[in-house]
Design a protein around this ligand. Structure first.
Ligand SMILES: Cc1ncc(COP(=O)(O)O)c(C=O)c1O
Length: 356
């Protein structure tokens, strides 16, 4: 008997389109908000000095890593949960608090994975667009959060892709007045140098999400973490796969936290480079550049699709954001190495001159 596997697919999965990522190592990569610098000097050598027991399962509880993260964030290890990138953590949050008949409130334009994991967990998505495409609409978010089915609110701060930093008082108002689970995604907080971590002790419904993918240059190793009150974290820990973070990534995470000074130097350089890129883009005619507190810039040339393809022809991979609410078609670039940024600036000047 011939069987068609499609018949057995869950309804939520039927409409899903696989998430496609671009892998073009030959290009200058400005599309994924990574740290372009190599790891701090000595880190790689130290990593390979030990005798890792890769034949054994990892420490499922990630004891040492959680202890080191607690020290870095001035919190307690019991309030930390590690994940296979923050992508996995979004899924764990929705497996814990979302699901059929529950909703997640997001503020488009924002990071696309919230929607994707909502679909996978059959959680309804409620969109409260940013005011002018950039600012948090706290009143509308609070209104949306009043619905009994609204269980989780995600605030991305600084926001990807806009680069906006939302006022801490507004986020705390949402935490206080909604009473729902408020997740603040601080993937880029090392660049904005603003965080709500010190508020964790005040609010059991506040969960902060962090990653080693951006400032710590570990995007390829998939390591993220949540910070919350221990009771809240222990609820999410119920759905965490026992060995979700491999031994190698745990080891690198622990080691990276020994190099904070070196990473801070990189962060400072990335911030200067981002300002340089921003300044250069602002000088171009007919290009709108949005303010940023992260290591990336959202901008809108007259013909974003043409710019993306012209940049690709010149070897630069940028993120074509497509049509964003209110802002329309935009491109996003992250800061590359100083030399790459100079070449990028030359390229956009040339594209701009040829267009006018
Ligand atoms: C806002 C935001 N959160 C989370 C992530 C995912 O990070 P990770 O690599 O830890 O899964 C990204 C990656 O681009 C991001 O922009």
């Amino acid at each position: 008997m011939e069987s068609n596997p499609e018949r057995f697919v869950r309804p939520g999965v039927r409409q899903l389109v696989p998430y496609e990522t671009k892998h073009m190592p030959e290009c200058i990569k400005l599309d994924a908000n990574e740290n372009p610098f190599p790891w701090p000097v000595g880190m790689q050598e130290t990593l390979f000095k030990g005798k890792p027991a890769f034949n054994r399962y990892p420490d499922g509880m990630g004891q040492e890593l959680r202890t080191r993260i607690a020290k870095y964030t001035k919190t307690s290890p019991e309030g930390i949960l590690i994940g296979n990138g923050s992508d996995e953590l979004i899924q764990l949050i929705l497996l814990t608090f979302g699901g059929l008949g529950k909703s997640l409130i997001i503020h488009p334009p924002t990071f696309g994975m919230y929607q994707i994991y909502a679909r996978l967990t059959e959680t309804t998505v409620v969109e409260v667009p940013l005011l002018n495409g950039l600012d948090l609409d706290t009143e509308q978010m609070l209104k949306a959060a009043q619905a009994p089915e609204a269980h989780v609110v995600v605030i991305c701060n600084p926001n990807n892709p806009t680069g906006s930093q939302f006022p801490r008082d507004e986020i705390l108002r949402l935490v206080r007045e909604s009473g729902k689970i408020v997740v603040v995604d601080e993937a880029y907080a090392e660049f904005s140098e603003e965080t709500l971590i010190p508020e964790i002790g005040n609010y059991p419904n506040l969960v902060i999400m962090r990653t080693f993918s951006k400032a710590f240059g570990m995007a390829g190793l998939r390591l993220g973490y949540l910070i919350g009150q221990p009771e809240t974290i222990s609820l999410i820990n119920r759905v965490r796969p026992p060995f979700n973070v491999n031994s190698f990534s745990q080891k690198v995470g622990i080691l990276a936290l020994d190099y904070l000074e070196e990473y801070q130097n990189q962060i400072d350089q990335i911030k200067v480079e981002t300002q340089k890129l921003q300044y250069a883009l602002k000088l171009l005619p007919k290009v709108t550049v949005y303010p940023t507190r992260a290591n990336f810039i959202l901008f809108k040339p007259e013909d974003p699709d043409l710019w993306a393809s012209e940049l690709l022809k010149r070897g630069f991979l940028v993120r074509n954001m497509g049509e964003l609410p209110i802002l329309g078609k935009c491109l996003r670039i992250s800061s590359g190495m100083p030399q790459e940024n100079e070449e990028f600036i030359r390229a956009v000047k040339e594209i701009s001159t040829r267009q006018s």
